[in-house]
Design a protein around this ligand. Structure first.
Ligand SMILES: [Zn+2]
Length: 509
């Protein structure tokens, strides 16, 4: 109780601080702009802006340019980033810039959606489609909140600049390239995570293990691994894992294997399908495990990992070889979602544990196999220290199995931390509370955002706490009610930060 009081009292004080008169802006949004939210979001979802689709990107750019100009904003094409400006009331000269960052590209999709992923479907009070939450919803919310401010807001001391990036979900070079030729905004809010405000972002790492070791059938397991593949991308919980076993000893051993496997319990939330086909002199058994995709950093608990489930199903059933080695490692690393199997056990008092997603297993050129794990690390251990630790874990594992892997991956990211008592965090919490009536605790996120790349930036919204984040998931969707609630939070925040006196030293207490 004492804990609760000490958390509540300061927040009530912040909320009581005088704010800009924002009621007319909120009313204007509700009356004039809210009706445009769903149609605009549906339209922008129809551009399949996955990595590599240059045409979708160009078409979407034209669409945003036209929309932003129609709303009365100034648009500038800055290469990989687009700028949409609502200048300060007295003009842009000398006025500070408040940045709002979103990305216009999206994660890839697979064929397990219940609706076409790029149709912008509206159903049961929700907008569905790839990008609905991550990050096209926030893009439209920002444009409409800026419009509300332009038409009904107080005078602006700052220019509000919406920056739309283009490769956040893939190569993630857009902001770094932008900064080579452009000044960063004086302060930026990254609208690509959770409310009320994100005070910590874990470090993104990938661990890869490769093997060329062929499968050597044995007398009691007379089959080889003809194919093995799982997962879509490193930041997605794999919802599908497929293995094909080929027998040189005819069909009977595979029939017996299928019978054994069908009796084994499968991980909760997963299901398996078996298909046995005669194939020339031999026969083959294909096992497909279906799980549930989810964002590997933000909603790991919401996923059901098909790759780990397949690895557990096949425990003890594969003959020696690289496939068995990698699935054994997947079992160990996927024992829980927090890295226990990798020896990452110490919790951080504020940040908690790591998040580990056994993400993909794919064939390599030349007949090899590659397993990729995504590790979201806390300040306890990241970077070279994490890499060195994992090298040890992997070599001990390989030695115990009398095998070897090529070790690789990416360990170049660092956690991003903010002082929960900083001026900016307190102001954002108060804005959020005034707009929603909710008191929520600042968040730690497993997902990295542009806040790691843009100076003076912090992730602020636009997903509300208490619901699993659907970005990167199949049937990605956002409640329409939350789109409007989020727009109201943003209106309150823009009125506070862009219309009032600019915050001095925002990241200091
Ligand atoms: Zn995103």
């Amino acid at each position: 109780m004492r804990m609760l009081l000490s958390l509540m009292i300061p927040s009530l004080l912040w909320a009581a601080q005088p704010a800009q008169p924002t009621r007319p802006v909120h009313d204007h949004y509700d009356r004039r702009l809210a009706p445009r939210m769903v149609p605009l979001l549906s339209e922008v979802i129809r551009f399949p802006t996955v990595a590599g689709n240059a045409k979708a990107w160009a078409d979407q750019k034209t669409w945003i340019q036209k929309l932003a100009k129609g709303l009365g904003f100034e648009v500038r094409d800055a290469g990989k980033v687009m700028e949409v400006d609502l200048p300060a009331t007295g003009g842009r000269d000398g006025a500070p810039v408040l940045g709002l960052l979103v990305h216009g590209d999206v994660q890839p999709v697979d064929d397990h959606w219940s609706i076409p992923p790029f149709s912008g479907t509206v159903k049961d009070g929700r907008v569905l489609g790839r990008g609905a939450a991550d990050d096209k919803g926030p893009m439209i919310q920002a444009l409409l909140a800026m419009k509300a401010l332009k038409e009904a807001g107080p005078t602006r001391a700052s220019t509000i600049r919406l920056l739309v990036g283009s490769d956040e979900e893939s190569t993630n070079t857009d902001i770094t390239d932008y900064l080579k030729a452009n000044r960063p905004p004086d302060l930026s809010l990254v609208l690509d995570s959770a409310f009320p405000v994100v005070v910590g972002e874990k470090a993104w790492n990938a661990l890869t293990l490769e093997t060329q070791r062929p499968t050597a059938p044995t007398a009691d397991r007379p089959w080889t691994v003809a194919a093995l593949e799982a997962g879509l991308a490193t930041s997605i919980v794999p919802d599908r894992a497929v293995i094909r076993l080929a027998s040189a000893a005819g069909k009977d051993p595979l029939v017996a294997l299928r019978k054994r496997l069908e009796r084994r319990p499968l991980d909760p939330g997963c299901r398996a399908a078996f298909s046995l086909t005669p194939e020339g002199a031999g026969a083959s058994l294909t096992i497909t495990v279906q799980g549930k995709a989810a964002h590997g950093g933000v909603n790991l608990e919401g996923g059901r990992n098909a790759l780990v489930a397949l690895a557990r199903l096949l425990d003890g059933e594969l003959p020696p070889g690289g496939a068995d080695d990698l699935l054994a490692f997947a079992r160990q690393a996927g024992g829980d979602l927090y890295g226990t199997g990798l020896g990452l056990t110490e919790p951080d008092p504020l940040w908690g544990r790591c998040a580990v997603n056994v993400a993909t297993l794919k064939p390599e050129a030349g007949g090899g196999l590659k397993l990729t794990l995504n590790i979201r690390a806390t300040p306890k251990r990241y970077g070279p220290a994490l890499e060195a630790h994992l090298r040890q874990v992997v070599s001990a594992f390989a030695a115990a199995r009398k095998t070897a892997f090529s070790f690789g991956g990416f360990f170049g990211d660092t956690p991003l931390a903010f002082d929960p008592q900083s001026r900016l965090v307190k102001r954002l919490m108060a804005d959020y509370e005034r707009a929603t009536g909710r008191v929520d605790q600042p968040a730690i996120s497993g997902g990295g955002t542009y806040a790691k790349r843009m100076p003076h930036a912090i992730a602020f919204g636009m997903w509300f706490p208490g619901r699993p984040y659907p970005g990167h998931d199949v049937d990605e969707q956002v409640p329409i009610e939350d789109l409007h609630r989020g727009a109201h939070v943003l209106i309150e925040t823009l009125a506070d930060l862009a219309c009032g006196e600019p915050l001095k030293e925002p990241f200091r207490p």
